[in-house]
Design a binder for this molecule. Structure first.
Ligand code: HEC
Ligand code: HEC
Ligand code: HEC
Ligand code: HEC
Length: 190
């Protein structure tokens, strides 16, 4: 009897402390997880099988793979000069930000095979892959917690918008068809 009278306030205090702590935990948001980039070549070994859609070689032929080279061309330089940029187009953040994967990522997030010369690579649309690359083929749900993205129209419009000096009105259905790289085996199952 005596003991429980002593214990009750202690338990109450503990409970209060726990509630304060639990409540407090919600406040400071957990540090935003930042995933590393591995570059498109890291996808090639598994995604160049013609029977599964040959995503790697399709991408190589699509304009995204040349987006960085485009900035070294004459048309790009002309635009940059007209805008009064002080650096060549392929060094100007005003241009590179939409023409290169991970243009603004911290250097420690860029793997040894990452190269900006790849332009808009796989990871621009599917997310930084350092942690999901060897997981997504076994556990799609887990991959989504490790940086994988399911690209949608909004993602495209992050670059396909009027801030592009050469903006062509973006039509999701039409533009997706141009860069499509579906897996024919999956399509057959649907
Ligand atoms: C070790 C082999 C391997 C590597 C490396 C690899 N993948 Fe995959 N990937 C697969 C397999 C296997 C599948 C599943 C195909 C299926 O659904 O049957 C897959 C599926 C996918 C899918 C479809 C997922 C879905 O849920 O529809 C995407 C997108 C993808 N991979 C992107 C990438 C990207 C981007 C890279 C490079 C960063 C990459 N993969 C590297 C083997 C690999
Ligand atoms: C990181 C920025 C970025 C994202 C995200 C992006 N694109 Fe692009 N896209 C570009 C750039 C830059 C070019 C121009 C490449 C070049 O010509 O050098 C381009 C070109 C294209 C072209 C060729 C347009 C033409 O006729 O000139 C198509 C089609 C296209 N993108 C479709 C898409 C679709 C569909 C999505 C979303 C699933 C998407 N893009 C997401 C940057 C992006
Ligand atoms: C907001 C994203 C964005 C920015 C910023 C951007 N671009 Fe682009 N760029 C694109 C997209 C998307 C395309 C594909 C065509 C379109 O819709 O403009 C493209 C295409 C191009 C093309 C090829 C056009 C063609 O008709 O083949 C050139 C050249 C170019 N950009 C140069 C530049 C230069 C130079 C800068 C910097 C002054 C720049 N871009 C900044 C997104 C951007
Ligand atoms: C400009 C954006 C963009 C780029 C760059 C891109 N993809 Fe995709 N990818 C898409 C879209 C959009 C889809 C269809 C939507 C989906 O399945 O989530 C897709 C689908 C896929 C799929 C699933 C195919 C299926 O039928 O299940 C695989 C695998 C894939 N991409 C791999 C790659 C690889 C590997 C690269 C680089 C070599 C790459 N993608 C580059 C936008 C892109």
């Amino acid at each position: 009897m005596r003991r429980s009278m002593w214990l009750a306030p202690a338990v109450a205090a503990l409970a209060a402390a726990w509630i304060i702590q639990a409540g407090g935990q919600e406040k400071p948001a957990p540090p935003k997880q930042e995933f590393g980039y591995v570059g498109s070549k890291a996808c090639m070994m598994c995604h160049k099988n013609p029977e599964r859609g040959d995503q790697y070689n399709k991408w190589l032929k699509d304009p995204h793979a040349k987006a960085y080279q485009t900035l070294a061309g004459e048309q790009a330089q002309k635009i940059a000069t007209e805008k009064g940029l002080k650096t060549p187009a392929n060094e100007a953040p005003e241009c590179v930000r939409c023409h290169v994967t991970a243009w603004n990522a911290k250097p420690e997030l860029l793997g040894k095979d990452y190269a900006k010369s790849e332009g808009v690579g796989c990871e621009s649309c599917h997310g930084p892959a350092a942690q999901y690359r060897m997981v997504h083929q076994k556990d799609a749900a887990k991959a989504m917690t490790l940086g994988m993205i399911h690209p949608d129209e909004e993602l495209c419009r992050g670059c396909h918008n009027e801030q592009s000096p050469t903006y062509k009105p973006f039509d999701y259905a039409k533009f997706s068809a141009v860069i499509a790289h579906p897996d024919p085996k999956k399509a057959a199952k649907k």
